[in-house]
Design a protein around this ligand. Structure first.
Ligand SMILES: [Zn+2]
Length: 170
């Protein structure tokens, strides 16, 4: 199916078109149709090229933003690792202190470590209860209840530190 298209063109263009048709052995109509089709296809290609360039620019922008986010995540991870290492060092130091000998058992006279006093509250040698060794002297200004609560908290921390250092609390 075909339709008729009336178009005014410059004389020079008309002559160039006739020469083009003759040169390719085409009718003028066939030559015009082909040239128009090529022109329209080229125009569409130009538009999609502009779209591709726009997409590429957007992708570059997204890539840059993603790189920034990845860098931020790396820094956060590094900070978390440093905090973790700091915690491990603190626990290790605390566990080392808890292994120090602080007293002797009132029953068997053998050495008691901080962890015996704070965590188990018993002599590891004779099983004597030893928490009374930590009780404040009668004339001390310490609030007995608060002091015992603090000892309980210290015992928990000591147990955690020893567990974290890979040791048994007792
Ligand atoms: Zn003992």
């Amino acid at each position: 199916m075909s339709a008729v298209l009336y178009t005014r063109v410059p004389e020079a263009l008309k002559q160039a078109l006739a020469a083009h048709a003759v040169g390719r052995g085409l009718s003028q109509t066939r030559a015009i149709v082909e040239l128009l089709e090529q022109g329209l296809a080229g125009s569409a290609d130009e538009r999609s090229l502009a779209e591709l360039e726009g997409e590429l620019a957007r992708s570059h922008g997204e890539l840059a933003a993603t790189r920034v986010r990845v860098r931020e995540a790396e820094l956060a991870l590094q900070a978390a690792r440093e905090r973790e290492e700091q915690s491990a060092r603190t626990y290790a130091a605390f566990a080392a202190r808890a292994r120090q000998v602080l007293a002797r058992c009132p029953r068997c006279g053998k050495p008691l470590r901080g962890s015996d006093l704070l965590v188990t509250g018993r002599c590891p040698h004779c099983d004597q209860a030893v928490t009374e060794l930590l009780a404040p002297a009668p004339r001390s200004a310490l609030d007995q209840t608060e002091y015992l609560a603090l000892l309980g908290a210290l015992g928990l921390l000591t147990g955690l530190a020893l567990a974290s250092a890979g040791e048994e609390a007792g």
